[in-house]
Write a protein that binds this ligand. Structure first.
Ligand code: NAD
Length: 489
């Protein structure tokens, strides 16, 4: 049984904490490793190592810093298969989905390699006679990221490459449910020979998070996870004077207009709702059918749900894996039950799934609930499982109003052939990531991963230019150099 270690100051170290949690394969129920629940002392050791490394790293030219990222990119590509297998084994998604996640992570490393240019400030000559003004960006110091279980490789890579390319030193606190991928990532980081202390890994859960939030040596916190925890992290980080960006949960609607292409729309929406077993913050969870399209789309989606092959993500032809834990499965099945009591029709009911050979796995089959009431609990709660609720309205305006009434604003999508409808939706929908004829509107690495309302707390998002803004402080220098002084020489 593997006992996971922290990576602090360039070395693998055992956590001082004595408590630990098992890491369980959600398809087979096999316990694969134990993760330590690091304490405040463990966090303090990592902050100390990162703070020690900061002055020399900050003074390393950006063009030299990114050489380590070039190496990391190559190593990630060489080890993509191994990383993907680890993701599938601890997180449950299919091998293809895991490989896709690694690819999206690598894209962030690639974009961060452009930091020498992205870090540039700007200058104005002669803001007054003989006076020039310049803005330069400088790193903050020690920064940390706290990550969720559902993208164990990609989400740490939303933050780490930009943070260190900007000259900060970094601490990762991965999800305690999926710590093995982060360990592999740090094995690769160690192979790049980054100076000791530039990147650090602290395993653990709430105690480690609280210690990072309260530590005076940590300057900025990036968080991704559920909304209640995002709200808490944002408030506690702010209370100790830190910069914070906190991405929260979601309840993503997709609007299906009657003129949308039935075949492609059905495929894309089913992939969005059931891909990664619905455990994506960009999973569509409510399909709003407009006008005449109702029956056609519900029947087509039900057919797609029934056909989806569910099983262990490393087995061939499997299209959907298990959910993360037995507790999660029980919670999702409870939400389906409540929805039915509240009047929804179970068009396809995925509860009680048993997969031959994997009877101990946390499987739920794709589920479609029809005629869900907008005020019912299923319509307002993040399910984070393979459940698609359908709601019917008469007009696009009514559909947009439903979208905008949600307390979440992570993603909203529209399926149509009408440019006018698309423009109206893009203009009026209150969500940070908008998809037109797309089911998972995941921004590419050089765009901010947005999110509005209760799906995001902060100002600057992850990825792209926002990441550079988040990980640097702006310094303005105003200089007076009268010409007559040089004439004296
Ligand atoms: P989670 O909120 O349970 O955990 C996220 C992190 O917070 C973990 O590292 C965990 O150790 C820590 N944590 C949990 N409870 C805590 C507490 N009480 N105090 C301090 N720290 C705590 O989330 P999860 O279940 O791992 O991930 C799923 C959630 O993440 C979903 O809600 C999903 O929508 C969201 N998510 C959002 C995005 C986005 O971009 N908005 C992306 C991925 C996942």
């Amino acid at each position: 049984m593997r006992e996971l270690l922290n990576f602090v100051g360039g070395a693998w170290v055992r956590a001082a904490a004595t408590e630990e949690l098992p890491v369980t394969n959600p398809a087979t129920a096999e316990i694969m490793a134990h993760t330590p629940l690091s304490s405040a002392a463990d966090v303090d050791a990592a902050v100390g190592a990162a703070a020690k490394a900061f002055p020399a790293w900050r003074a390393t030219p950006p063009g030299d810093r990114i050489r380590y990222l070039f190496k990391l990119k190559v190593l990630l590509e060489e080890h993509a298969d191994e990383l993907a297998r680890t993701i599938t084994n601890e997180c449950g998604k299919t091998y293809e989905e895991s490989l896709g996640e690694v690819r999206r992570g690598i894209e962030n490393v690639e974009v961060a390699c452009g930091i020498p240019m992205m870090l540039q400030g700007y200058t104005s000559e002669d803001i007054a006679r003989g006076i020039d003004e310049t803005m330069i960006r400088q790193p903050l110091g020690v920064v940390a990221a706290i990550c969720p279980f559902n993208f164990p490789a990609m989400i740490p890579l939303w933050f780490l490459p930009y943070a260190i390319a900007c000259g900060n030193t970094f601490i990762l606190k991965p999800s305690e449910k999926v710590p093995m991928t982060a360990s592999k990532l740090f094995e690769l980081l160690a192979e790049t020979h980054l100076p000791a202390g530039v990147v650090n890994l602290v395993n653990g859960a709430k105690a480690a998070v609280d210690a990072l939030l309260d530590h005076p040596g940590v300057r900025a916190i990036s968080f991704v996870g559920s909304t209640p925890v995002a709200r808490y992290v944002y408030a506690r980080a702010a209370a100790s004077g830190k910069r914070a960006q906190c991405q929260g949960g979601a309840k993503n609607p997709v609007i299906l207009m009657p003129d949308a292409d039935v075949e492609t729309t059905t495929k894309v929406v089913a992939d969005s709702a059931f891909g990664c077993a619905g455990q994506r913050c960009l999973a569509s969870s409510i399909a709003i059918t407009v006008g005449d399209g109702r029956q056609t789309f519900v029947e087509a989606l039900a057919e797609a749900a029934r056909k989806r092959v569910v099983g262990y993500g490393l087995d061939q032809d499997v299209q959907m894996g298990p959910v993360i834990s037995p507790e999660s499965r029980a919670r999702i099945e409870g939400l389906i039950e409540k929805a039915i009591i509240e009047g929804a029709k179970p068009c396809v009911d995925g509860r009680g799934a048993r997969i031959k050979g994997y009877e101990r796995g946390n499987f739920i089959r794709p589920t479609i609930l029809q005629d869900v009431q907008p005020t019912s609990s299923i319509a307002q709660t993040e399910v984070f499982g393979p459940v698609l609720s359908t709601i019917h309205v008469r007009t696009l305006e009514e559909a947009i109003e439903l979208v905008n009434r949600s307390c979440y604003g992570n993603m909203a999508c529209l399926f149509t052939r009408s440019g006018a409808a698309a423009r109206q939706f893009r203009y009026e929908a209150l969500a940070g990531n908008i998809g037109i004829n797309l089911g998972v509107a995941a921004p590419i690495a050089y765009f901010p991963f947005s999110g509005w309302k209760d799906s995001f707390f902060g100002d600057l998002h992850g990825q792209g230019r926002d990441a550079v803004e988040f990980y640097t402080g702006k310094k303005v220098v105003i200089e007076r150099w009268p010409l007559e002084w040089s004439r004296k020489f």
